[in-house]
Design a protein around this ligand. Structure first.
Ligand SMILES: Cc1ncc(COP(=O)(O)O)c(C=O)c1O
Length: 395
């Protein structure tokens, strides 16, 4: 039985003037749109009760498994408004497949890829007025007038999202957050026989408002993110809860983000808290840690695929911190950047750890990083031809 997502439109959308004020400076993850996509699953009936409904809080039994054992997975992708007013998703099928892989790892039910994409599409259609113009501003008029703010506009920060204080340049979008939680009330450690799926949406401002700046990563030796056989490759809430103390350690040491090393003490680099890491070498390689315990980022895969177009050879392999440091110091590693949906590409201009610090290049964002960033953004916003078939039209 295929899952459908019929719209039950809210009678109380955020008034147009209020929505436009939000879209003028949305920040990241601070405001929510009028609707949410929903679906339910239980062991007896499978997936059912799909729809797009007014955004509303959950009522859950305090015994629900998600509260006790963290059985939860999520995704993050964006809707982009093109210059002609059309609205597009970027590689949503990849997010759908990763969502299913994450669910499998957390013993949650797998939502079929088509249902995932459909839920996201229908939510974006319902909340089209919340998709900002690329350069800021309201995306359109609300189709239903309403008197009072709805339950949207809750000011709740997202732990897996990058800190909005590090935010920045250029393009705006509608950030979409699909998630799946275990809801059976039962205090035993076993897979839940009930689960709820939601997609919520939040307008996202420019990531680097005052120009693309570089970040310094804190190489933590106190914490690791993932172990072989663990949940590192899944996008589950627990990975991010476990990263918060490391993030605090980074801040205390004057760094914006963390660089995680492998948990076996081999000294190999893995990824940042919410982004994959890439190195550019003097002899033309785009080098990134191989998959295994890291998240298989859509942006990582995108830059690997685009590398040859910029004259770079994509290479996925194990990279040690010692190699990175020696390369930065002798100039064989010319640039480093982090890649993820929220920031696209963030230049990494330096590293700090217990008893060491080094810069990359001259300590400013490098030309290859900026060119790759521009190439990805031009694709996402429809300013260049989509030769890879990555764009998915919604409106
Ligand atoms: C741990 C981690 N690594 C990498 C990424 C980048 O993935 P993507 O490019 O699919 O956003 C994310 C963001 O989702 C992340 O949370």
């Amino acid at each position: 039985m295929s899952l459908d997502f019929p719209l039950d439109r809210t009678a109380a959308p955020v008034p147009g003037a209020e929505r436009r004020a939000i879209l003028a400076d949305p920040g990241f993850g601070r405001w929510f749109t009028d609707h949410m996509a929903v679906a339910a699953w239980d062991a007896e009936h499978g997936w059912h009760d799909g729809g797009v409904r007014p955004l509303a809080p959950f009522t859950l039994h305090p015994g629900a498994a998600v509260f006790h054992y963290g059985q939860e997975v999520f995704e993050g992708l964006k809707a982009y408004r093109h210059a002609d007013g059309g609205v597009w998703l970027f590689r949503p099928g990849d997010n759908a497949r990763r969502f299913a892989r994450s669910a499998r790892r957390l013993a949650l039910p797998e939502l079929p890829e088509a249902a995932f994409v459909r839920a996201v599409e229908e939510l974006v259609r319902a909340d089209a007025a919340w998709v900002p113009e690329a350069d800021g501003g309201a995306g359109g008029e609300a189709t239903t007038p309403g008197p009072a703010p709805s339950t949207s506009g809750l000011s709740v920060s997202d732990p897996s999202a990058p800190d909005s204080s590090a935010s920045g340049s250029g393009e705006q979008s509608l950030y979409l957050r699909p998630f799946l939680i275990a809801t059976e009330s039962f205090l035993g450690v076993r897979p839940s026989a009930e689960a709820l799926f939601r997609v919520i949406a939040s307008p996202a401002g420019p990531y680097f408002p005052s120009g693309v700046t570089g970040v310094t990563l804190w190489v933590t030796e106190t914490y690791s993110r993932a172990a072989i056989g663990g949940t590192g490759a899944a996008k589950c809430g627990g990975n991010y809860a476990g990263s918060l103390a490391a993030q605090t350690e980074a801040r205390e040491n004057g760094c914006e983000q963390v660089l995680y090393l492998d948990s076996a003490g081999r000294g190999t680099i893995e990824e940042s808290g919410t982004m994959n890491l890439c190195l550019v070498t003097r002899d033309g390689e785009l080098l990134t840690p191989a998959l295994g315990t890291i998240l298989e980022g859509v942006t990582r895969d995108t830059v690997l695929a685009l590398a040859p177009e910029l004259g770079l050879r994509p290479v996925e392999r194990t990279i040690s911190l010692a190699e990175l440091r020696a390369g930065a110091e002798d100039g064989t590693v010319t640039e480093v950047f982090a890649a993820g949906t929220a920031a696209v590409l963030t230049p990494v201009t330096g590293f700090k750890g217990a008893g060491h610090a080094f810069t990359v290049g001259d300590g400013t964002p490098g030309p290859t990083t900026l060119a790759l960033r521009r190439t990805v953004l031009d694709l996402q916003y429809g300013r260049t031809e989509d030769r890879h078939g990555w764009l998915h039209r919604v409106l």
